[in-house]
Design a protein around this ligand. Structure first.
Ligand code: BG6
Length: 502
């Protein structure tokens, strides 16, 4: 293996280009993440960051914009003057109109403008609309800047259905080898998500219980309080199923359900995840009608503040506001394999809900026999809550005896693990880990082509069925846990959504 692409060795030099360099993702997430890594001394000395966009900015203008973004998105205690200056000096901006050959020549020249350009690993981060992925890659190839060490990073969504995902994968694959393509799902960079693997496989106590014999069901929730804000144009074409379920929630499900790989390596984890996706119960039209709920937020109160409806948010962004797009999804599925057959997995995500919380709850079965006289019905099943955000950690719900004489009074108690308390360290943003992995050439936490396509294969029948029925998403007031039908989805199975007080 080329040593510079070893997971543990940084390239001696790197040109990190962000297409969409003045966009929200670049300014809010990517540049602050790179700054943090630079602050910790992890960027090579002559690492450059090239911003490419349609904006008429020179280098100084982009540096000002990035400086303002750092001031907004980075903790002031981490903004140290010499480090900020060093970071800003790495930045260059190029206005590029993708149809203009001269602009591409200028980009080529910029990449060549360094001592020993052939030594630098080139990373092309495409933080732009997915329809541009193929043509940008083709141009990069034509101007001759793609060598075997180059890498391309693709932001989700990879397409809007299976066919469009394949088209994008084909187009990018004509220029880059699969090993050079990094499809990002930032949920995989979250500390608590990675810790899920460690909790499951670096400890022994859970594994014997982690199956249909002891697990009653699994719940995965990603609820947000934000609305669609200024992203209405994108979101209205996507909806919650494409925006969140097809990628983030299915990735969480994979990590909960996958078999142990022989070791954590660049293909082994992905091999196991893809098997989970392929084992998901297919969504027939009957299953879609029975096991999915769509919702859409209406006006309401979030954190005590009145907020507009989804239609009003769309109108504020210049659209007519008429839409059948869902901002909430709840669904039930099953992983049809030896370990999980018969265990429901309930997934739920929505915007403008009552709280911001992402969590996985594994609910265990009730004890087979109640042996404490008078305590029948006083026990609750054991539950393991894996808290992804806002506070990362884990909570194990047990039943305990209330102290005192006079028989057994049983009470629920919990064992709490907060990462913030256990590790006295700043928890890095997901992008920090993932961008370093791109530079090191380590694809373990990125989605492989077959994973993305397996996820679309499962998701697409839901989209097709929804499009074929006259039913519209159910309204839910902003600031609530979503439509009541989502609660019914569990209640009809004799279960309820488990909320964690974070
Ligand atoms: C993005 C979605 O991928 O994830 C957004 O496009 C969503 O709609 C975001 O808000 C949620 O990410 P996080 O890290 O804030 O949970």
């Amino acid at each position: 293996m080329d040593p510079s692409s070893s997971p543990h060795v940084l390239p001696a030099a790197c040109d990190f280009t962000v297409f969409g360099g003045t966009g929200d993702l670049a300014l809010r997430k990517l540049l602050p993440a790179l700054y943090h890594r630079d602050l910790e001394g992890q960027l090579p000395a002559d690492h450059r960051i090239l911003g490419v966009s349609m904006s008429d900015l020179d280098d100084a203008g982009w540096r000002d914009a990035v400086h303002a973004a750092l001031t907004t998105y980075v903790d002031p205690e981490q903004l140290l003057t010499p480090a900020v200056d060093r970071f800003l000096a790495r930045l260059y901006h190029l206005r590029l109109d993708a149809r203009n050959a001269e602009d591409w020549d200028r980009f080529h020249a910029l990449l060549k403008e360094r001592a020993h350009p052939e030594d630098a690993v080139r990373v092309f981060y495409l933080a732009v609309a997915p329809r541009l992925f193929g043509s940008i890659c083709q141009r990069l190839d034509e101007i001759g800047v793609v060598d075997e060490r180059a890498r391309v990073v693709l932001e989700k969504p990879i397409g809007h259905d299976l066919d469009s995902a394949r088209e994008i994968n084909d187009a990018v694959g004509r220029v880059f080898d699969e090993s050079q393509i990094f499809r990002i799902d930032h949920y995989l960079g979250k500390e608590s998500v990675q810790n899920l693997l460690v909790t499951r496989f670096a400890n022994t106590f859970l594994e014997p219980l982690w199956n249909s014999r002891w697990v009653d069901h699994v719940q995965i929730t990603v609820s947000e309080t934000v609305g669609v804000g200024g992203r209405g144009e994108y979101y209205d074409h996507a909806g919650a199923l494409r925006d969140m379920v097809q990628n983030h929630l299915l990735q969480l499900l994979c990590l909960v359900a996958m078999e142990p790989p022989t070791y954590v390596g660049r293909e082994t984890v992905r091999d196991e995840k893809v098997k989970v996706l392929q084992a998901l119960e297919p969504m027939t039209p009957e299953a879609v009608d029975r096991d999915t709920v769509r919702g859409r937020y209406d006006v309401g109160l979030v954190d005590g503040e009145a907020v507009p409806s989804y239609s009003e948010d769309l109108q504020a962004g210049g659209s007519h506001g008429r839409s059948r797009t869902e901002t909430f999804v709840a669904l039930k599925t099953e992983v049809q394999n030896w370990r999980w057959a018969g265990v429901p997995f309930y997934l739920r995500t929505g915007k403008r809900m009552d709280r911001r919380a992402s969590e996985i709850v594994v609910v265990f079965k009730e004890p087979p026999h109640s042996m404490f006289p008078g305590a029948e019905g006083a026990t609750a099943p054991n539950r393991l809550h894996i808290l992804v955000q806002p506070d990362e950690g884990m909570r194990l719900h047990l039943t305990a005896k209330e102290p005192g004489p006079g028989g057994y009074r049983l009470r629920p108690v919990s064992l709490d693990l907060s990462y913030a308390a256990a590790f006295d360290a700043r928890l890095p943003d997901a992008y920090e880990r993932l961008l370093m992995d791109v530079m090191k050439g380590n694809p373990t936490l990125f989605m492989r082509r077959d994973e993305v396509e397996a996820a679309w294969t499962w998701t697409e029948p839901i989209l097709r069925r929804w499009a074929a029925t006259a039913e519209r998403p159910r309204r839910y007031p902003a600031g609530t846990p979503g439509p009541t039908a989502a609660a019914m989805l569990l209640e009809r199975d004799g279960r309820t959504w488990q909320e964690t007080d974070q």
